[in-house]
Design a protein around this ligand. Structure first.
Ligand code: C2E
Ligand code: MG
Ligand code: MG
Length: 779
């Protein structure tokens, strides 16, 4: 199709209308064909029957003339009158006949060629041609006499030989023609035509030549009347149906004919109302179809257009729904679209929510915190306000997770999140990591500092979590913008540093960021760098602190404590570098060095003096720690039972099962195991039962309070009792006063260690310590 329909609506309308139009055209064409062939057939048969009627009339008239002419020609008196040329008798007889049958022309052609019996007013009929025709036997037909055509008959007059012919003729004129055409059932025009001597066909009345080639051809084909030809010479020419009938003839050639002419247009005119009705009905139908299909198309297309617009809106991320207007397929499609779009929107929301929220607590996550911080920092940059970031980390959360399982840990985190949100009073709270949370506090750091203790206190409220009675201890670090940092990363980093500082200071506290923390962090990085080379450069040294046996009143062992002789900083405490060494993994080679050096030194001591070596949790994470101990003992030659391995409870938290295996292996060859710093961390008595330690070292914090607080004394007593019951020794750490020694002895503690006896000393001084007579000091 040349013309393109852009819209579905116009396409549907055009298609329906075109189809209907085509059908209407076919109907009209076949109707037209039926009408035309019907009309043709009708006209043809009407003309044929008209011709037949006219034939009959013609022959009846001929017979009528015949019936007058024949008796007269046989009449004796008349024959005699003709034979004798008795004009008076002849004329009287002829006028007699003429009067009887209204005969315009009656005369006698004598055999000798004379014409007699003419009335004075009659045209002279004499004509040589007529005589020739009469002589050749013509007796009826059209006859032209002096320029006028007649229907005529001729009767022979014999006396007894042929003496002449009686000719009776009747004029064929316009009136006659009209009369003839009136006889037809269809409106025909009848005209008499004849052939002139020159052979041309002309209208008899007017001598007007016939120019229509079709009619001329038709006339040529015409056979003379009476030769048994049916009256079927008809043809269609120039919108007319024409039928030609020969009227008499001479020499076997029809020279005169009757032309019946019927206008087909006239016949068809009869059907005009029908055709008009069809055209009008078609037009009305077409308009109706166009209108109806437009409406149908609109009904189909409108929801589709609405759907398309909705789909575009959906693409732009807008929430859309299309009203369902029908119950058909389009309605179903619209319904499905609405469901789909709602699904997409809600899925998108879910995805967005997931991207910005923590799955467990549904709090904003680190990403959202980051964006929120950026936004607020930009705002404070413009308005000159302050903003504080408060980072919170749970103390000992790992223990909960490891001992009670992740399910309990998750529950605890949810509880913490809920409590934080409640206490935050609408402030922004995010979960940024496992047990880390961040709050944004409008205002400076002081405002956040006022909030921090309340948060710690709220979290510390004991709660039942999945059947366990738990407290969530927390530490908090605070940094403010613009004071401490201007961008989000630095601000959070600074709050984190403050948090670590708070933890290091002993958990359950909050701490504000100070620039020195940053310096500390930098320092840590520097330490880390230096540590890498410390072993190779021989910067480490072992100091030894004696453990005093209260029963034997003498030194029974020395604890090896590492010292770092830093080229610039001088002697560095293990508290300052061991955590860094642990974080970087450097503790593994350092620990190896310590073990070897401790064993080597111990070999120089008396056989009954043991050496205690501190092992870090991280060392246990590496495979082959047991092998290292075996080899070191073998290489140094130190008896296994002179080595005491000091470990802390955190070891059990991290790698419970594997640790137990390693410790059992060590214990089997005779190495002693001591639980260091007991009472600080989680002090779970279950460890004591799970693993048969040789010794429990009671942390210095209990010894400090021992003389002042009844509670501390009770705890120490409980530990020593429990240890005795489990067949374990006890060492009290950090003993500085003689009174403490007495109290510990009273509680049944087996060993003491502390500045009261000696600070850790270089290896060279160990011998001096062994030579001191201690009995006198502690008795
Ligand atoms: P620790 O194993 O509990 O060692 C005892 C710490 O208490 C030592 O500190 C010691 O000097 C100190 N101390 C002993 N008696 C007293 C006292 O009466 N008063 C006071 N105020 N302190 C006393 P040091 O040497 O600074 O070691 C600190 C910690 O570093 C050790 O605690 C130990 O956990 C760790 N450490 C030391 N050397 C090593 C080592 O070679 N390897 C590993 N993994 N850790 C080590
Ligand atoms: Mg120790
Ligand atoms: Mg200790």
């Amino acid at each position: 199709m040349l013309f393109r329909f852009r819209s579905l609506e116009s396409r549907i309308t055009a298609l329906y209308s075109a189809t209907f139009g085509l059908v209407m055209l076919l109907v009209a064409a076949s109707l037209q064909w039926a009408i035309a062939s019907n009309a043709d057939h009708k006209v043809r048969s009407e003309l044929t029957s008209s011709a037949r009627v006219i034939d009959r009339i013609w022959s009846m008239r001929s017979q009528e003339l015949d019936s007058v002419a024949r008796p007269l020609a046989l009449d004796f008196g008349f024959r005699e009158a003709v034979a004798t040329d008795d004009d008076a008798t002849i004329r009287s007889a002829l006028s007699n006949i003429a009067a009887r049958i209204d005969l315009p022309n009656a005369f006698i052609v004598k055999y000798d060629g004379r014409v007699v019996g003419m009335r004075p007013d009659q045209d002279s009929p004499y004509d040589e041609e007529l005589w020739d025709e009469l002589d050749s036997g013509w007796h009826s037909g059209a006859l032209r006499i002096n320029g006028t055509t007649y229907q005529a008959v001729a009767a022979e007059i014999r006396a007894p030989a042929l003496i002449g012919w009686l000719v009776l003729g009747r004029r064929i004129d316009a009136g006659e023609m009209k009369e003839l055409s009136g006889l037809s059932a269809v409106p025909v025009t009848a005209a008499v035509v004849r052939r002139t001597e020159a052979g041309r066909w002309v209208y008899d009345q007017s001598d007007r030549p016939i120019n229509d080639g079709g009619i001329v051809a038709l006339l040529k084909r015409m056979k003379p009347a009476g030769q048994g030809e049916p009256a079927d010479l008809s043809g269609r020419m120039a919108g007319n149906m024409v039928l030609a009938r020969p009227l008499g003839s001479s020499d076997g050639v029809a020279n005169t004919a009757l032309l019946l002419n019927f206008s087909i247009a006239d016949a068809l005119a009869e059907y005009d109302p029908l055709r008009l009705a069809v055209v009008i009905a078609g037009l009305i139908g077409l308009i109706a179809v166009a209108f109806a299909s437009t409406r149908v198309a609109r009904r189909i297309v409108r929801p589709i257009v609405a759907l398309e617009e909705a789909a575009k809106a959906l693409e732009r991320g807008e929430r859309t729904s299309v009203p369902v207007v029908s119950k058909d397929e389009i309605g179903a499609l619209t319904g499905s679209f609405n469901t789909m779009s709602a699904e997409i929107v809600s899925r998108e929301n879910r995805i967005r929510h997931m991207a910005y929220h923590d799955a467990l607590t549904d709090l904003p996550n680190r990403l959202q915190l980051r964006e929120e911080l950026d936004r607020r920092l930009a705002a404070i940059g413009q308005h000159g306000h302050a903003l504080a970031v408060l980072c919170l980390d749970l103390d000992n959360f790992k223990m909960v997770n490891d001992t009670l399982g992740h399910r309990v840990g998750d529950q605890l985190l949810k509880l913490v999140a809920q409590r934080l949100v409640e206490s935050a009073q609408g402030r922004f709270v995010a979960r940024t990591g496992g047990d880390e949370f961040c709050l944004l506090v409008d205002g400076d750091g002081a405002e956040a500092e006022r909030l921090a203790p309340a948060l710690i206190e709220t979290l510390a409220q004991p709660a039942s979590v999945a059947g366990h009675f738990l407290r969530a201890g927390a530490s908090i670090g605070i940094a403010e913008a613009p004071g401490d940092a201007l961008d989000a990363d630095d601000l959070v980093k600074h709050a984190d540093l403050a948090l670590h500082a708070a933890k290091a200071a002993g958990r359950g506290r909050h701490r504000r960021f100070t620039p020195d923390l940053d310096a500390d962090a930098n320092n840590r990085r520097a330490v880390e760098m230096d540590l890498h080379n410390a072993i190779a450069r021989g910067e480490f040294e072992l100091y030894f602190q004696p453990l005093f046996d209260l029963a034997k009143n003498r030194i029974s062992a020395f604890e090896a404590l590492i010292r770092w002789n830093h080229p610039q900083k001088g002697l560095v405490s293990p508290l300052d570098f061991i955590p860094i060494a642990e974080e970087t993994g450097l503790i593994v080679p350092i620990g190896e060095w310590v073990l070897k050096e401790a064993c080597r030194q111990a070999m120089t001591w008396p056989d009954d003096i043991r050496v205690a070596v501190n092992f870090s949790t991280v060392q246990f994470a590496t495979s082959g720690i047991a092998n290292l101990v075996f080899q070191t003992l073998a290489n140094s030659g130190l008896a296994a039972d002179r080595l005491e391995v000091e470990i802390t409870e955190s070891l059990f938290l991290e790698y419970s099962d594997s640790v137990r295996e390693i410790l059992h292996g060590l214990k089997q060859i005779g190495v002693r195991i001591a639980l260091d710093d007991f009472g600080t961390g989680f002090s779970s008595l279950s460890y004591l039962r799970k693993f048969p330690f040789d010794k429990i070292k009671i942390d210095r914090s209990f010894i400090i309070e021992l003389l002042n607080e009844a509670e501390a004394s009770a705890v120490v007593k409980a530990i020593t009792d429990l240890a005795a019951a489990l067949d374990m020794e006890t060492t009290a750490e950090g003993v500085e006063e003689p009174a403490q020694v007495e109290a510990l002895r009273a509680h049944g503690c087996t060993t003491v260690q502390g500045y009261l006896f000696s600070k850790p000393v270089p290896a060279a001084e160990v011998q001096d310590l062994l030579e001191i007579k201690w009995e006198r000091r502690v008795a």
